[in-house]
Design a protein around this ligand. Sequence first.
Ligand code: TYD
Length: 132
Amino acid sequence: MVNLDEVKILTLPKFLDVRGNLSVIEELKDIPFQIKREYWIYDVPGGEKRGGHAYKENREFIVALSGSFDVIIDNGNERKTYALNRSYYGLYVPQGLWREMENFSTNSLALVLASTGYDPADYIYDYQEFKR
Ligand code: TYD
């Protein structure tokens, strides 16, 4: 079972400027994996949930580029909620953890950096199977 201590909020470099701020992510420097894929979740209707699955291999880094949402991480034994609401930090989620996303604010934008290409066979959609 993956220890929830391995799930981490990572603060990104932030360049404050009167012209507006800038943050950056470099693979293997600001996050602990090479980026194979990027996707983003947007236009989430109020009250909707995303996720509800685990990955066998894929590791992810999730940033609220805009707005806010909650990421719920469950290792089969305990469950923690991480509120993301700033674009200069994100949540590192190792493989082998159950993940849900909810409480999306209006116009929220979730950026997800992933360590593997998309592979439906990497997903576990059944919570009981995940626990086993
Ligand atoms: P899904 O993984 O169910 O989204 P979430 O975990 O946020 O609930 O993906 C939704 C759809 O998008 C599904 O039909 C598969 C497709 N998809 C891809 O084709 N490539 C990808 O990299 C991802 C993440 C999803």
